[in-house]
Design a binder for this molecule. Structure first.
Ligand SMILES: CCCCCCCCCCCCC[C@H](O)CC(=O)SCCNC(=O)CCNC(=O)[C@H](O)C(C)(C)COP(=O)(O)OP(=O)(O)OC[C@H]1O[C@@H](n2cnc3c(N)ncnc32)[C@H](O)[C@@H]1OP(=O)(O)O
Length: 719
């Protein structure tokens, strides 16, 4: 709703009220229309100030309403009548003015913001465009080029930047509502036409086509396959080329198309999934709102390899003191140099003073005696980690939390060597840890809810998207990835090339195909894991290694590449060829094609043509199938957690929602049928066997993904 109040005799204040972000729900829009009419009818009122309750102007249209039938006064005519009002209207922006919230402010004649306000048109991140006149008014206010940048990225800007761009008229420290009233009193009586953005022409640009084509090329490269950024460019182009009313028609047409699209549904699902992942819960009933996290101010980071460096940088950026430890002076100096350089670059970019005073580098475990939490980031070796954990217990305070940055080792086995199993959790960061947003917080069987709460809160402070997951080999992301990777190499055996597989995956929307990712990470990473798990042993024939291990299909191609020293980008060749070691541009390697041909000949495999559809079905459905197994085992609280892990950690295209959402969107019965088909052809690949939960969900009529949790609960009670 909206609250109408009269102040200073001649000013009416209309306060949007819909906590927590005053989204423009039906009730709020109705309240605005009624309050505005009251203000316009009241002869005493000479000016109106719009503001939001609780120092938050408005977070935009109510996204929850998008999935139902929309009713109540529509936004476009409502904002039009604000702009057309003969009485002066000023927006007082505190907190946020986003999406429809900023569009409402653009309909006002003046805008005042407080210094901490954030503004933006983030509709593109929901698979939409600003459809309450934003694509037409913003270019008229700040020009085509700046509007294109803001609308196609959806980025939030500070009040300071908004002032520089000309989006707001004043930025004030203190109460924006009082400042808006003061501004209103100072300009009452001045003509309003020059303040009505729909009446203005956009600033002239010499070559609109060129500017729009360049923007189109940028968005296509940045978000391959996404419809919304392309539509945003088309709408802004219309602002430059057409009169306002025609531009509005174009905006409406493009919005109709996006609004109905599966991409918009997926991206809006992702918005809510991200928020639901933050509301973690454990199988024992402990959860985010019934468990207190104690504060963490000092953290120890053990190991300054690539992961440790990134973790230390993220901690310091969050204002947390770090004691960083290495085993010898050389490693310590290398780590110190890298961390210092990253933080100096960061400080320079942000225009802040370098936070190096928060860092201490040392060789001595004793320096950890008063840290609140430790993150171990040593080499991925169980025995080494166990030794580190035992040593830590000798020096740490008794309530210090111990976290391991393992990417898949058993957290319970590590906790067992400590004197505090309840204070041990996994914090699985993704490389590079100062860049990647995802953090899997892994609870073991003995981890206390408080330890989980502390790790989740720390991750959030480090700006990570945190997902609580149970302890199993590879946790969630890497456990699922294994099956996706298996299918990709089987496809090579059967006739595909790395480029074909990668092209299909990139066309699907992945940021990078699986073979390019493998080359980037280094093929030796998986090789070491396979050796440690006994899949590679000295009795395997080096010339014609077996294609079965432990009774299951196994593809020895990645091992054979490693044996040849083809470890990926770092050695200048892997699945692709690179100009030199460390260079990034992947080129097709004729040697690999020959190697694959020889391999097929050696094993008597007759290559066949493999379609992109088969690549996607086999790679993506096996990923989703494993996700369903994870759900049935209770490793995550819901499908949203899995999708968030894939969106933030594995380059899954946001406009496809995540593997679980994608499976639901394709249709669970289709996924079941395809998995049965491929499992029939590959009976020695157990992961292709449809999961119990998939069969159950299909048998129960494929409920929408939001209802899966209740079906999983029933499944658990039957087990
Ligand atoms: C059939 C054919 C019909 C075709 C045509 C139909 C046309 C329809 C006409 C539409 C006109 C278009 C109008 C406009 O252009 C569209 C929009 O405005 S879309 C919305 C744009 N706004 C956003 O994207 C902002 C989203 N929110 C945020 O970024 C953040 O929430 C925040 C505001 C920066 C605050 O961040 P935090 O403080 O971290 O808090 P949370 O993120 O955790 O949020 C708290 C709480 O609020 C819920 N929430 C936030 N924003 C919205 C919202 N806009 N609508 C609904 N709910 C919102 C969020 O989910 C959290 O909820 P909780 O988890 O606590 O339940």
């Amino acid at each position: 709703m909206a609250l109408y109040t009269r102040v200073k005799e001649s000013i009416a204040v209309i306060t949007l009220k819909n906590p927590p972000v005053n989204a423009l729900s039906t009730a709020v829009r109705r309240g605005i229309v009624e309050s505005l009419s009251q203000a316009l009818q009241d002869e005493q009122v000479k000016a109106v100030v719009f503001c939001g309750e609780n120092n938050t102007f408005c977070g935009g249209a109510d996204i929850k309403e998008f999935s139902g039938s929309m009713s109540g006064p529509p936004l476009v005519p409502m904002i039009h009548s604000i702009e057309a009002s003969e009485k002066l209207i000023v927006a007082a922006i505190e907190g946020v003015a986003l999406g429809g919230g900023l569009e409402l402010a653009l309909g006002c004649h003046y805008r005042v913001a407080d210094t901490n306000a954030r503004l933006g048109l983030p509709e593109v991140t929901l698979g939409l465009l600003p459809a309450a006149g934003g694509t037409q008014r913003l270019p008229r206010l700040i020009g085509i080029t700046a509007a294109l940048e803001l609308i196609t990225t959806g980025r939030h800007i500070s009040a300071k930047e908004a002032l520089k761009l000309g989006i707001v008229d004043q930025v004030i420290e203190g109460n924006a509502v009082l400042a808006a009233m003061a501004l209103a009193l100072s300009v009452i009586g001045q003509p309003l036409n020059a303040r009505r953005l729909s009446l203005q022409a956009p600033a002239w640009v010499p070559d609109v086509d060129y500017v729009c084509e360049a923007a189109l090329a940028r968005v296509k490269q940045r978000s391959r396959g996404a419809m919304a950024p392309v539509a945003c460019v088309q709408a802004v182009r219309a602002a430059a080329m057409l009169p306002y009313s025609k531009g509005m028609e174009k905006e409406r047409q493009l919005m109709d198309m996006l609004f109905r699209s599966s991409q918009a549904r997926a991206m809006q699902y992702a918005f809510f999934a991200q928020r639901s992942a933050g509301k973690w819960s454990l199988p024992n009933g402990a959860q985010w709102n019934n468990t207190k996290a104690r504060n963490v101010e000092r953290v120890g980071v053990i190991g300054l390899g690539t992961m440790g460096q990134g973790i230390a940088v993220s901690l310091v950026k969050a204002g947390i003191s770090v004691v960083a430890i290495e085993v010898d002076t050389k490693q310590l100096e290398l780590g110190k140099k890298a961390v210092t350089a990253m933080l100096q670059r960061y400080a320079q970019r942000q225009g802040v003073s370098s936070p190096l005073h928060l860092l201490k580098f040392t060789l001595s475990f004793h320096q950890l005696r008063d840290v609140d939490l430790v993150i171990e980031a040593v080499f991925e070796d169980m025995n080494l980690k166990k030794r580190v954990f035992s040593e830590l217990c000798k020096v740490l305070k008794e309530n210090t939390i111990i976290c391991t940055n393992t990417s898949g080792l058993n957290v319970d086995e590590l906790a067992a060597v400590t004197d505090r199993q309840h204070l041990v959790v996994g914090m699985h960061f993704f490389a590079p840890a100062h860049v990647m947003r995802l953090l899997e917080v892994v609870y073991g069987s003995g981890s206390s809810p408080e330890a989980v709460a502390i790790a989740m809160a720390l991750g959030k402070r480090m700006q990570k998207v945190c997902v609580a997951v149970g302890n199993c080999s590879g946790f969630v992301g890497n456990r699922m990835l294994k099956h996706y990777m298996d299918q990709s190499v089987y496809l090579l055996e059967e006739g595909a090339t790395p480029e074909q597989v990668d092209q299909a995956l990139e066309e699907f929307g992945f940021a990078m195909g699986i073979f390019k990712v493998a080359d980037l990470s280094g093929l030796d990473v998986g090789w070491r894991v396979r050796k440690a798990s006994g899949l590679i042993s000295p009795d395997i024939d080096p010339v014609k290694p077996s294609r079965w291990r432990f009774g299951r299909r196994y593809c020895p191609l990645p091992d054979m590449l490693c044996q040849q020293g083809r470890l990926g980008q770092k050695t200048g060749h892997g699945w692709y060829l690179y100009n030199s070691p460390g260079s990034k541009e992947a080129k097709c390697d004729p040697e690999i094609l020959k190697f694959l041909e020889d391999y097929r000949l050696k094993y008597g495999i007759i290559p066949r043509r493999i379609s992109s559809q088969e690549v996607i079905e086999r790679c993506v459905f096996s990923l989703a199938n494993e996700g369903l197994r994870i759900l049935e085992e209770g490793i995550t609280a819901g499908p949203e957690d899995i999708d968030i892990i894939y969106l933030f950690g594995y380059g899954w295209p946001r406009y496809r929602g995540g593997p679980m959402f994608y499976a639901a969107q394709v249709g669970l019965s289709v996924v079941l049928e395809k998995l049965e088909h491929y499992h029939h052809l590959q009976p020695d690949v157990p992961s292709l066997e449809p999961s119990q939960l998939l069969r159950k969900l299909v048998a129960e009529g494929s409920p929408p993904i939001q209802q899966w949790k209740s079906h999983i609960k029933n499944l658990h009670s039957q087990l």
